[in-house]
Design a protein around this ligand. Structure first.
Ligand SMILES: Nc1ncnc2c1ncn2[C@@H]1O[C@H](COP(=O)(O)OP(=O)(O)O)[C@@H](O)[C@H]1O
Ligand SMILES: [Mg+2]
Length: 263
């Protein structure tokens, strides 16, 4: 077992009396495809923010590749290889698809380097390859405002990959995607090299179970269970956490060793 790339210890985030994330301890090994699931409001997006540093923890420590990054600001954590797609898009709407990815690549490498024409060409080639990977090659010159919802999610993945992350955090990347777009996303994420560790928050359990090597279930800010996909499917506690959320049917589509019984 390789050393954890991401190591959370007793991580909490309170908003007044509400514990959005409550004492989460979790190790994600380098190279893992780790899924984070749980009902709406479980604290998944907040946990991502604590990892990226866009929101400070109120308790606990965040370790990245053996270093304590708890007190590091967001941009310094990004420089250490954390990249994310947000649940709510942060694309430049008036720019083209290609420009959005190019800007992300330039932020990664610094603008000075990208002023050298040879490197500009290399950067452009890499952007084209990324757009091809996510299925947007034909849309390179289109402005983001004209993209469908699913296409924007694909673009967000390309933008995140342009930052050459070691830890890629994806917050509901398949939301609003067609089944074909989701399948392409899964294919892309599966094809990423092991040097990219992936943590994905996703409601579409087809995507989760097609991709994840391990799964953590959050409920009311706390870790309900971390285990293999099969262990999660079989867990009564997990099924109960989803009861009444309208998502229990997703587990019916994924009968594991134990079946969900809805009375
Ligand atoms: N900035 C905030 N201020 C107050 N409450 C928040 C804030 N962000 C999130 N919350 C609350 O924290 C809980 C977890 O939210 P979130 O992390 O977005 O859940 P999830 O992504 O699992 O749906 C929710 O109850 C939400 O209302
Ligand atoms: Mg969320």
């Amino acid at each position: 077992m390789s050393a954890p790339l991401l190591s959370l210890s007793g991580v909490s985030r309170a908003y007044g009396a509400l514990k959005a994330v409550d004492d989460v301890t979790l190790d994600v090994p380098a190279g893992a495809r780790h899924a984070l699931i749980g009902p709406n409001g479980a604290g998944k997006s907040t946990l991502f923010k604590l990892v990226t540093g866009s929101v400070p923890v109120t308790a606990g420590t965040v370790g990245l590749d053996g270093h304590d990054v708890t007190r590091l600001p967001e941009h310094q954590r990004a420089r250490r290889g954390i990249s994310q797609t947000l649940q709510h898009s942060s694309l430049f709407l008036s720019q083209t698809v290609e420009q959005n990815v190019l800007l992300a690549a330039q932020r990664r490498h610094g603008t000075r380097r990208s002023l050298v024409p040879r490197r500009q060409t290399a950067a452009r080639d890499r952007v084209r390859a990324l757009l091809d990977d996510v299925g947007l090659a034909a849309r390179a010159g289109t402005s983001v405002a004209a993209l469908s919802h699913g296409e924007r999610r694909q673009l967000e993945v390309a933008v995140a990959l342009a930052c050459e992350p070691t830890l890629l955090l994806l917050d509901e990347p398949a939301a609003g995607m067609s089944p074909a777009e989701s399948a392409r996303l899964v294919g892309l994420l599966r094809s990423l090299p092991e040097s990219v560790t992936v943590v994905i928050v996703e409601h579409d359990l087809d995507v989760v179970f097609a991709l994840a090597t391990s799964v953590t279930v959050l409920h009311l800010g706390r870790v309900l269970l971390t285990g293999t996909p099969d262990e999660v499917r079989a867990s009564t506690a997990v099924q109960e956490a989803y009861l009444g959320t309208g998502r229990e049917s997703l587990f019916l589509d994924h009968p594991g060793p134990a079946h969900l019984e809805v009375s």
